[in-house]
Design a protein around this ligand. Structure first.
Ligand SMILES: Cc1ncc(COP(=O)(O)O)c(C=O)c1O
Length: 368
């Protein structure tokens, strides 16, 4: 491993990425379901050349993501937005293959402008799998997708497809399967009329031990029954376990417990850990030495987690947080003016390349 890169840095390992991509390819071959990368989760386009060999395109949450997918990934460009502006639609109609609306009112407002391309509508089926209310698309008063069946039926002649995003980190095939059955019963009339159905993201089908055979059979029979092209929108499943955040201990302080402070921050560099009150996973042998590992922002709760390590930490020790590709680099920010981790890639041939370094000028230009 190349030790010369200055910390902090994200290290994407293409070999590990490839493992997920091969599973995705296998799902396409065995079930017919196409996979488009959810850019909201991972947008580090330097590895898109590899990813686009195994995936069918991208899906987006905004005009900028759609543009990125179109320019850097290619293949199919699906556009979704919780609410498009007129300006978004004007730009999107030249680059998107599919425009998916979140509401009937948006569909009706922009229909004439996009009717030459494929149009989809997001449906909120009223059921979901999520451990977090914050990320639950079917939470009370959710604005995500159309809930009224009557409204849906009124625009059926204007759409080619529908999107259901109702999972969040769902690694339970049986629950996925029974919820899909429920959706199929509820929306039978609609499913029989459209050409494609996206099942959204949040399905953890690349996790070790996930019953891929059953998953593929389910998707294939669903697709056959309703005569539809099925799409999946993996974010996390596409990049899981493929990246580390490599940091260095800058100080160790004591307040009852030993607290190691590293040269990164959860607030700035792994924001989801803070948002969802999780602990970062680290790559280290476990043992008897207890540490809180914390970030160097001013936020009192800037804590990666509490660990029991085999080796004692000291100033200069490396701490490697693992499984950090998703929802990290896309959310990183300049809070406290902290040095932004560089981005490095370990290529399939084992060579490590630094693909992006962030300097003071990036901080400066980001602010005004
Ligand atoms: C519509 C939609 N598609 C796909 C995804 C990707 O989900 P994940 O990264 O959990 O696979 C999300 C995540 O919020 C989403 O909202």
């Amino acid at each position: 491993m190349n030790c010369k890169i200055e910390t902090p840095y994200y290290l994407i390992d293409e070999k590990k990425l490839l493992k997920n991509l091969k599973n995705i390819e296998c799902v396409r071959e065995r079930s017919g379901a196409k996979s488009v990368l959810a850019l909201k989760c991972f947008s580090t386009w330097f590895v898109f050349d590899l990813m686009s060999k195994y995936m069918d395109g991208t899906t987006s949450s905004s005009l900028y993501e759609a543009k990125l997918g179109y320019e850097k990934f290619g293949k199919e460009t699906h556009a979704f937005s919780v609410a498009y502006s007129a300006k978004d639609i004007k730009a999107l109609k030249n680059i998107a293959n599919k425009v998916i609306f979140n509401s009937v009112s948006q569909l009706e407002r922009f229909y004439d402008e996009v009717k030459h391309i494929e149009i989809g509508l997001r449906i909120n089926p009223g059921i979901s799998y999520s451990h977090f209310d914050l990320a639950d698309p079917a939470r009370k008063y959710s604005r995500l997708g159309v809930t009224s069946e009557k409204k849906l039926e009124s625009v059926l002649n204007k759409i080619n497809g529908v999107m259901f995003h109702y999972n969040c980190e769902n690694d339970d095939f049986e629950i996925f399967s029974s919820m899909l059955d429920e959706i199929a019963v509820k929306y039978k009339k609609i499913l029989n009329k459209v050409e494609w159905i996206s099942l959204g993201g949040g399905i953890y089908f690349t996790k070790n031990g996930y019953p891929l055979d059953k998953f593929c059979d389910k998707l294939r029979s669903f697709s056959k029954k309703y005569n539809v092209q099925v799409y999946l929108e993996p974010g996390e499943a596409a990049i899981t376990n493929s990246c580390e955040l490599v940091t260095t201990v800058l100080d160790i302080v004591k307040n009852i417990k030993d607290i190691a402070i590293v040269d990164a921050s959860i607030e700035s560099h792994m924001l989801d850990i803070l948002t969802y009150r999780l602990s970062a996973k680290i790559n280290a042998k476990t043992g008897k030495n207890s540490y809180i590992i914390a970030g160097r922002s001013c936020l009192a709760g800037d804590i990666f987690g509490e660990y029991k390590l085999l080796n004692k930490l000291k100033v200069g020790s490396a701490v490697r947080f693992v499984d950090v590709a998703g929802y990290t680099m896309v959310k990183k920010n300049w809070f406290n003016g902290l040095e932004m981790p560089s981005i490095a890639v370990k290529r399939l041939n084992g060579k490590v390349e630094i693909i992006r370094k962030f300097l003071y000028n990036d901080f400066l230009s980001d602010l005004s």
